[in-house]
Design a protein around this ligand. Structure first.
Ligand SMILES: O=CC(=O)O
Length: 514
């Protein structure tokens, strides 16, 4: 698998790669904010001549600031966005805050409510957008269709006062045509985060122009975006960016193999994470309050698409569960950070603490069995009291309603249970005598029970019961994987909604093309 760092995969020969059966993935959700921010930064820097201004301010030759040194307003100006995909849309959101008039051109028109949310008007023809915009921002993928999308003709359509901003890929602009347009003031200025090649040869004519700002392809170069690359990079079972249909049968076979391998790998990773997390919690390194809880972790379970890591905690060993949940919620981020920082795994999905209901039910069952074996505390107390007070014994042993209540304690009828156990033991003896015959009978019984369970499962599907009684637990035990548990004590409050999406759709369609 080739896990591409960032959204664009234009630098990869996808056909060739896939002919080797190798998957390619990208991280489309990780880059959007940082790249949109840079687009706005370039627009502001260019309109307000920020780089030039900075040079004037720091130059040893500067003696005074000229009053007629002016820039252009962004507020109220028209921004034309070419490519209204994920990044383009984020640019529009930001531009709205500057009270800009927003035009966009895209392969597919956005929904009306999406347009309204950012106040963007669709231009079906790119030419219209070019003619009307004060700033033209390019936010498309590089494909054969977008190669040299902006050439001499398009530049000539732009206003002579307009600025061209490119935050996608250099070859989307015909660079020779741009040099000429800037030299001849066909357009006012350009602000480019991308060129071709990168970096430009030191004697390139673009570098000699005054009406240009060039940055070294830093759209995604923020700490947070780079961290998101790690989080978004392929999870187990992620999809391919490129899947040529001719290879479908080969891919299907390899996918089946991959699924099996994935499940083995997931199990191994669960063990690795369980060990690392329990080690962490046995010291104060996450936090003193987490350490003080002395919480027991029953298991760690990565979802097969690697979108979340569930950590099951045993609530029977701790007190107030709200307090515990709030500590766990706070600790989830730190634990994940530590796992990443220590490179326990290259990538760790968001951690979600889940109350282990099975553990609660197991404890109830233990208590129940203890009562069945040794009698209730009340009974014991009464028996102990015997030597001291005859009346208490009389009351306890003669109170039939109390004893029938006891026999139904925790919803389990102990008499019936006992009978079943005896029958089972009897059958076991018969098995030794009848051999094969017994197994057939058992199989029939098993088939009936399985059928009943399947029918019950259908009925109860999707509604995991919160008040699980031991009896229900015993019935559900074999049919309900407690991955379905909905008691989550951590919701992704890492402001990583996008990351969450990103992990799930790591290889969703790339940003919009015009
Ligand atoms: O250029 C950046 C990216 O492709 O993510």
């Amino acid at each position: 698998m080739i896990a591409n760092f960032g959204v664009g995969v234009d630098h990869l020969d996808l056909k060739l790669i896939s002919s080797f059966g190798v998957k390619v993935t990208n991280t489309p959700f990780a880059v959007s904010n940082a790249t949109a921010d840079l687009g706005i930064a370039l627009m502001l820097a260019s309109s307000r001549r920020l780089v030039e201004g900075c040079q004037i301010a720091v130059s040893p030759d500067t003696e005074q600031f000229a009053a007629d040194w002016l820039g252009e307003d962004v507020t109220g100006a028209t921004l034309g966005i070419i490519g209204m995909g994920r990044i383009g849309y984020k640019v529009a959101k930001r531009a709205k805050a500057f009270d800009m008039r927003i035009l966009y051109h895209n392969r597919n028109r956005r929904k009306e409510e999406e347009e309204q949310a950012v106040g963007a008007c669709y231009c079906e023809k790119m030419e219209d957008l070019l003619q009307k915009s004060d700033f033209v921002m390019l936010v498309v993928n590089l494909t054969p269709q977008t190669h040299k999308l902006i050439g001499k003709r398009e530049l000539e359509l732009m206003k002579p006062t307009a600025t061209l901003i490119n935050i996608c890929r250099g070859p989307v602009i015909d660079q020779d045509a741009l040099v000429e347009a800037l030299q001849n003031k066909v357009i006012k200025a350009a602000a480019l985060d991308v060129t071709y090649p990168e970096p430009l040869p030191r004697d390139h004519p673009l570098l000699k122009l005054k009406n240009i700002i060039i940055t070294p392809h830093i759209g995604t170069a923020t700490k947070h975006a780079r961290k998101k690359f790690w989080y978004d990079s392929p999870g187990l079972g992620s999809h391919q960016v490129y899947k040529p249909s001719g290879l479908a049968p080969v891919l299907k076979a390899s996918q089946q193999r991959t699924r099996k391998e994935d499940s083995i790998r997931t199990r191994v990773l669960n063990i690795v994470l369980y060990k690392a997390i329990t080690d962490m919690m046995s010291t104060c390194e996450v936090s003193q309050e987490l350490y003080d809880l002395k919480l027991e972790i029953s298991k760690v379970s990565l979802l097969s698409d690697f979108s979340v890591c569930r950590v099951y905690w045993n609530p029977t060993t701790v007190g107030d569960s709200k307090h515990v949940e709030s500590i766990l919620q706070k600790s989830a981020l730190r634990i994940r950070y530590l796992l990443l920082a220590r490179q326990v795994l290259g990538n760790v999905p968001p951690i979600v603490f889940v109350k282990d209901k099975a553990a609660v039910a197991m404890r109830e069952i233990d208590e129940l069995l203890a009562v069945a074996d040794f009698g209730s505390e009340k009974e014991n107390l009464s028996q102990n009291d015997f030597s001291e007070s005859e009346t208490s014994v009389t009351t306890s042993s003669s109170d039939t309603s109390a004893s029938s209540l006891q026999s139904n304690l925790f919803g389990v009828d102990h008499e019936v249970l006992n009978k079943q156990i005896m029958e089972y033991k009897k059958m076991k003896k018969v098995k030794h005598v009848e051999g094969i015959g017994w197994a057939e009978q058992q199989q029939k019984q098993l088939a009936v029970v399985q059928k009943q369970m399947r029918m019950k499962k259908k009925k109860t599907k999707g509604s995991f019961q919160n008040d699980l009684t031991p009896q229900e637990y015993l019935l559900n035990k074999h049919k309900t994987d407690y991955l379905d548990d909905e008691t989550v004590s951590f919701s992704e409050n890492e402001s990583e909604d996008e990351l969450w999406d990103g992990v799930q759709h790591t290889c969703a369609k790339p940003d919009g093309l015009p």
